[in-house]
Write a protein that binds this ligand. Sequence first.
Ligand SMILES: [Zn+2]
Length: 253
Amino acid sequence: MSALKINFMVFTSAEGCCQDVGKSLTRPSELVMTRSFKMSRRSVLGGLTGLAAVSAVPLVTSKAFASETQVEAPHIHSCADWGARPVGDMPVVNQAPNKIICHHTAFPNTDDHSLEYAFQNSREIQDLHIDQNGWPDSGQHFTNSQGGHITEGRFGSLGALQDGTYMIQGAHVVGQNSEAIGIENDGSYHDGAQPSEAQWNSLINLCAYICAQYGIPSSEIYGHMDFNETQCPGVIHERLPELREAVQGVLDG
Ligand SMILES: [Zn+2]
């Protein structure tokens, strides 16, 4: 069992998504500042980052987006919830992202839709990205399990999303890591398999919440293969028009 998992991990690194995005981390310095600066600012504003699980909160939307837009926040499990390894401060990009990019993990498909499986999966992704890819933390901002459980990926991404005015720099798509929120959908979708209904629905709700919080139009949801040479995210890429339409439906209420 463990040997099988190791094989998939090797496959993921060599052929799956995110295999080479570490090269793209250099960004315009004026956009990047340390998280400690943001923490100081947020503490002045009341320390809202401690709220890992929220529901139906009033949204702070960008000036460019409909200020009336409200989307029920999905339950997003924080790094602390799933037992993430401690990491240092992640770089902060002091502006909202302009798009969402979907991935698949290329990990094995499973019928185990439990929360514990989702948490274990988050830990395995973090281990892979730190130990094998040499990154400071998970590359993606959020992870969507096959059971539809959403977890925070790179540390600080949840607080940034709840704030709505800045993002944590990711490591998921070459050339887009300071502009795009990355969502890892667990599973392998390049070879005929479809995401479960639970996973698909949670992807819709997560995308809608991200769009509302950051003022991202539903048309700005993409797949990894739109930017890099990869099979990621498989059939999810083919279903992007359906996803965008469903997200717009949520935004329209
Ligand atoms: Zn990918």
